[in-house]
Design a protein around this ligand. Structure first.
Ligand SMILES: [Zn+2]
Length: 254
């Protein structure tokens, strides 16, 4: 565990901060049993063909693949099924104890909101598995509504608004991020006085640009991650502890 003096200092900074911005990555959800796709033990690291299948081009061009995806999802096979862990709960608590302005997450599992973080301060920069979206008109709705159609017999359900192709509201490889989300995340980072990077390798742009923007604008950077990140050298705090242990310990001191 990080030493007490370090945790006390960081907690004091958080207490005094006017604008805290948190970025979370796969590391916070692996403790809920949700697989990491890109990490050293990640699904895509071990099986590059799985990564190819996760591209938007593959999804759009292969109806057989889409039917597999929908069938599997409707059967609960792709359901993440994880519950928020102590790390998610501590970040929800951070919002109550200090000025948490924005929580940007690279995760698509919805566990921050499930833990109690206000949905309006969460930016899901890689989208969410809990909604479906239309690739043509941009319609979005609860994933469960579309899955009900699949269970009722539609093997590749089309958008009810425009007839376009539906997909989970995650950002696949080859798909652009939502510009408004990215813009909002960057503006939050620019105004941050403390920036916490939690459970992210900070290796994937544009999410990795956020701590850069925060630093450039004078924020204090704390990196909480099990493995090294490219930002460790410029971070004021680097904590390598299990997030489910260190986050409650830290937030409890605010
Ligand atoms: Zn549509």
């Amino acid at each position: 565990m990080a030493d007490n003096a370090q945790l006390d200092h960081l907690a004091a900074l958080l207490r005094q901060a006017d604008q805290i911005v948190v970025l979370t990555g796969a590391g916070i959800s692996t403790e809920s049993g949700i697989p990491d796709f890109r990490g050293p033990q990640g699904l895509w690291t071990k099986d590059p063909s799985a990564e190819r299948k996760a591209t938007i081009q593959h999804y759009v061009s292969d109806p057989e693949h889409r039917r597999d995806v929908w069938r599997n999802r409707a059967a609960g096979g792709e359901r993440f099924g994880g519950h928020p862990n102590a790390g998610h709960t501590a970040l929800a608590d951070l919002e109550r104890r200090a000025h948490l302005h924005t929580l940007v997450t690279q995760n698509v599992d919805g566990l921050h909101q499930a833990a109690g973080t206000s949905p309006d301060i969460v930016i899901e920069i890689h989208g969410t598995v809990n909604e479906a979206k239309c690739l043509t008109c941009g319609w979005r709705g609860p994933m469960e509504d579309t899955l009900a159609r699949v269970r009722a017999g539609e093997d590749d359900p089309a958008c009810l608004e425009c007839g376009g192709m539906l997909k989970s509201a995650t950002i696949s490889f080859g798909e652009n991020l939502v510009p408004a989300d990215l813009d909002r995340a960057q503006r939050a980072a620019a105004g941050a006085d403390v920036f916490l990077a939690v459970g992210t390798s900070l290796g994937v742009y544009p999410a990795a640009a956020l701590p850069e923007i925060a630093l450039r604008n004078g924020a204090v950077l704390a990196v909480l991650n099990a493995e090294e990140t490219p930002f460790d050298g410029v971070a004021e705090y680097v904590l390598r502890d299990r997030l489910g242990e260190v986050l409650p310990e830290l937030v409890g001191r605010i």
